[in-house]
Design a protein around this ligand. Structure first.
Ligand code: NAP
Length: 243
């Protein structure tokens, strides 16, 4: 296998597991991180022990210049990009009346503009090669909405809109674009939840557990190897949300 992938936000949580899964599958992975350099280095070293490899690249993907740097680095080093996983994201729990304009800008730029901008940057190469797979990690909240997470839900619904429209635009160039919309996954993003909250969620979930980052990574790997799925929002949530 000679595929090349960029995974944004790969220092922790879901992105880290995706980078790991893809590297183990033989894909050349550029694992992006922003603030958590130590964790990114740890991922690289952990994989190296088993003779697997990820390349690390620091970039704040909420910023256009840094998205460009990430893509240029990948193209200079590997000459092509087959796979883009837009995973970097943040969440803030607040009533709508308390959200400041700075917070709005931060959430929109980190979760949504980053995905749009990374697509803009990788697409010329993918279109030239008539080959590509883009996966946006959105959320069940983008599908059904979440109280006190209005901005987060807007960003994730926006990602799903990006998925559907871009799939139509670039399908003729053999580029597939899909969203994976996770339910609750055990990562730092949910560290504020109490044990009682988690147990309640488990009870509400047909498969009686919350998700693991590996559950999402496995679905990413499946989508990469698929040939005929595009424009879809695939929700991995143990049956918690069935639409
Ligand atoms: P997490 O554990 O908090 O990790 C977030 C990752 O995003 C970190 O690697 C972080 O990198 C990176 N990141 C944040 N801002 C960035 C920026 N400006 N530039 C580059 N990287 C940035 O969160 P997670 O649970 O793995 O979430 C991953 C994705 O899944 C997010 O898009 C999230 O919305 C989505 N999701 C999560 C859940 C869940 O229940 N966990 C459910 C649905 C959807 P640094 O630490 O290096 O800055």
């Amino acid at each position: 296998m000679n595929k090349v992938a960029i995974v944004t936000g790969a220092s922790r949580g879901i992105g880290r597991e995706i980078a790991k899964e893809l590297a183990i599958s033989g894909i050349k992975v550029v694992a992006n991180y922003n603030k958590s350099e130590d964790q990114a280095i740890k991922l690289k070293e952990e994989l190296k022990k088993d003779n697997f490899f990820v390349d690390l690249f620091k970039a704040d993907v909420s910023k256009q210049e840094e998205c460009k740097n990430l893509v240029n680095y990948t193209l200079e080093r590997y000459k092509k990009i087959d796979i883009l996983i837009n995973n970097a994201g943040i969440d803030k729990y607040k009533l709508i009346t308390e959200v400041t304009q700075e917070e709005w800008n931060e959430m929109i730029n980190t979760n949504l503009y980053s995905a749009f901008c990374m697509c803009q940057q990788v697409l010329p190469n993918m279109i030239h090669n008539k080959n590509g797979c883009i996966i946006n990690i959105s959320s069940v909240w983008g599908m059904i909405g979440a109280s006190q997470e209005v901005v987060y839900s807007i960003t994730k619904a926006g990602m799903d809109g990006l998925t559907k429209s871009l799939a139509k635009e670039v399908g003729p160039s053999n580029i597939r674009v899909n969203s994976i919309a996770p339910g609750l996954i055990d990562t730092d993003m949910n560290k504020e939840l109490s044990e009682t909250d988690i147990n309640k969620l488990k009870e509400e979930t047909p498969l009686e557990r919350i998700g693991k980052a590996e559950d999402i990574a496995k679905c990413v790997n499946w989508l990469i190897n698929d040939n005929f799925t595009t424009g879809q929002i695939i929700s991995i949530n143990g049956g918690w949300v069935i639409t």
